[in-house]
Write a protein that binds this ligand. Structure first.
Ligand code: SF4
Ligand code: SF4
Length: 475
């Protein structure tokens, strides 16, 4: 290996072990040093904004309807105030593909920026739960000491109060998450009524609370290092041009302690091997070993190293946002063939998605001939087929609909029973219809039928189906 590439000189075996598991396979509890500094303050501002959004959005209503709702149980979805149904599957699929391509593109260029700044796991863990822990139990050394100490009154008080607060916050997160699923009004009903009146909702809330409490009180960084699929894909997404939290090994090596009143050797780099970057890391890794999948780009090591560099009168940025290529060669291009290709794919998908959204109708109809039914001949020489039509009203008001045959002016379409078609807000309904067409106009056994769905005289959508007729013998 080229000497300049040898960034693993000191800990070549670090990839053989997980920093949070000991030789016996037991978990090593991480006590990260309390972070502070420029990046931590910036992340705290972003976290306050994101947390406010998370907790406030379920309360936002547009014309009495939720702004966002992901009701997977009843398969009703409201996004930015517009109702979507499972029938909008193609939109969901495209939006999902666009999201995945965006994540890949973003990761190729900016690494795990999302993990450190916006991932709910990091935001809640580092900006809410960990802060409460520091507040009650103190910084890492005090926490270690408290855990080793016998169960005194002080320890019982600190541990109990911490876990009660953790539980209350988990309860709040669970209620908010549930509000995204079933709506804030339903959650209010579950909370204000007896659990027996809505047992499934009550159990759901308890389960959510237990999961959040378990993740933030015990599981912690393991969610990022062993469960999160996004972290597992880093090896595929990242390349030497990706911007990540990186240690400048060219500047830092050869690392060595600073000794009082002694001149450091000529080959000593800027890293004074204080290991503060390791002590502050919430996933327990040493960033000096290079980019690792456990690194959630939380920036804590940047802040702490900058502070150290200030103290030893060296320039900041020994650990910084940069790419391996930038460190090695002093320059790097953000866009390369791979990122340009992803960008083109993303633009195409977004274009398609925008077109589909722009042409999406407020009412949807699916028209199918009733299975097993053949055509019938009426007394006045018409051919009749029976259809089942499913209507979906994607608006938040009642709609009255009317059906017309678009390609047979002499034909008729009539609802069985003759009732008008009315659908409630954000609802669906089924109805049976007879379609009758003069036999003279039927020339094949299977004729394409176009049925227009009208609301207040305005054509909403044209549904196509087949109309069966008798065999026509050629003369
Ligand atoms: S904090 Fe900076 S100086 Fe200290 S060990 Fe880490 S990289 Fe080296
Ligand atoms: S290596 Fe640095 S940026 Fe990565 S998780 Fe640890 S402290 Fe955060």
């Amino acid at each position: 290996m080229e000497p300049e590439n040898n960034i693993y000189e000191y800990d070549a075996e670090f990839r053989d072990v997980i920093s949070t598991v000991d030789a016996e396979g037991k978990r090593v509890w991480v006590y990260p040093k309390k972070p502070k500094g420029y990046f931590h303050r910036a992340r705290a501002v972003v976290a306050v904004f994101l947390l406010s959004l998370f907790f406030l959005v379920p309360f936002i209503k547009v014309d009495g309807h939720p702004f966002f709702l992901f009701n997977v149980f009843e398969r009703k979805f409201i996004i930015f105030g517009a109702a979507f149904w499972p029938q909008d599957f193609i939109l969901f699929a495209l939006a999902f593909i666009a999201f995945v391509v965006f994540i890949v593109l973003f990761t190729v260029i900016f690494g795990r920026f999302w993990c450190g700044w916006a991932c709910p796991q990091t935001v809640f863990m580092e900006m809410v739960f960990r802060k409460i822990e520091y507040w009650i139990e103190g910084d890492a050394p005090q926490q270690r000491k408290l855990d080793k100490a016998p169960w005194t009154q002080e320890k019982i008080l600190k541990k109990t109060s911490k876990h009660i607060i953790f539980l209350l916050i988990s309860l709040l997160i669970a209620h908010t998450a549930m509000a995204y699923l079933i709506g804030i009004d339903e959650v209010r009903e579950i909370v204000t009524k007896s659990p027996m009146e809505n047992l499934s909702g009550f159990i759901g809330l308890l389960a959510f609370t237990a999961i959040f409490y378990g993740v933030f009180a015990r599981f912690r960084e393991q969610a990022c290092t062993t469960v999160c699929p996004y972290g597992r894909f880093q090896g595929v997404f990242l390349d030497k041009k990706s911007i990540v939290v990186a240690y400048d090994w060219l500047r830092g090596e050869k690392r060595g302690k600073l000794k009082k009143n002694a001149t450091p050797p000529a080959d000593q780099g800027d890293c004074i091997d204080c290991k503060l970057c390791v002590h502050v890391c919430p996933t327990g890794i040493d960033i000096r070993n290079g980019t690792q999948l456990e690194c959630v780009n939380c920036t804590a090591c940047i802040d702490v190293c900058d502070e150290v560099m200030d103290k030893v009168n060296k320039p900041k940025g020994l650990i910084r946002y940069t790419s391996e290529e930038q460190i090695q060669h002093g320059h790097s291009k953000i866009f390369n063939t791979r990122s340009v290709a992803y960008s083109v794919v993303l633009v195409v998908i977004l274009g398609l998605l925008t077109t589909l959204l722009a042409t999406r109708t407020d009412v949807e109809a699916t028209m199918l001939r009733v299975p097993g039914m053949l055509y019938q001949k009426t007394d006045n020489g018409e051919i009749q087929n029976l259809y089942n039509v499913k209507f979906i009203n994607k608006t938040f008001s009642d709609v009255s609909l009317e059906l017309k045959l678009e390609n047979f002016s002499d034909g008729t379409i009539e609802r069985v029973g003759g009732e008008p078609i009315k659908i409630g807000p954000n609802d669906l309904t089924d109805a049976m219809f007879f379609v009758r067409i003069p036999q003279a106009e039927i020339h094949t056994t299977k004729t394409e039928l176009e049925v227009g769905v009208y609301h207040d005289g305005e054509l909403m959508v044209v549904e196509k189906t087949n109309f069966l007729g008798p065999i026509v013998l050629k003369k």
